[in-house]
Design a protein around this ligand. Structure first.
Ligand SMILES: [Zn+2]
Length: 123
């Protein structure tokens, strides 16, 4: 049976924490079997990982918990179209300002119309 020395245990812990698959860790550690790695990991009581090979990438989408505004589904023609955030409850769909539009051909309320349109100077 393979005898683990301290350096090897440390290396195992490091690679395990990086999320490498057990088989890959075994290969890097000089050709140990996947079972040898998993056996040692369980004896060391290392934190369990997702056994799906590579660690799943976490895509960070800034989801702002929102109050107010109008969801995509509730958006009506008179609502301001300014996107104020992303709706966690609605699978990340945009959430809109929803204040009444200023009118004319603007898609925004007064506040957002001013923000999105450079005022034309009247001479
Ligand atoms: Zn608005």
């Amino acid at each position: 049976m393979f005898e683990w020395n301290v350096d090897q245990v440390e290396e195992l812990k490091r690679l395990w924490a990086e999320g490498l698959p057990a088989a890959e860790i075994g290969r890097r550690m000089g050709g140990l079997s996947r079972n040898a790695i998993i056996g040692k990991v369980s004896r060391l009581d290392l934190p369990r990982r997702r056994e799906a090979g590579k660690p799943r990438k976490i895509v960070s989408v800034p989801l702002i918990p929102l109050e107010g505004g109008v969801s995509f589904n509730d958006l009506k023609s008179h609502h301001c179209r300014e996107i104020i955030g992303w709706d966690k409850a609605a699978m990340g769909l945009a959430r809109y300002c929803g204040a009444p539009k200023v009118g004319g051909d603007s898609s925004y309320c007064r506040k957002h119309h001013q923000k999105n349109h450079i005022p034309v100077r009247v001479r």
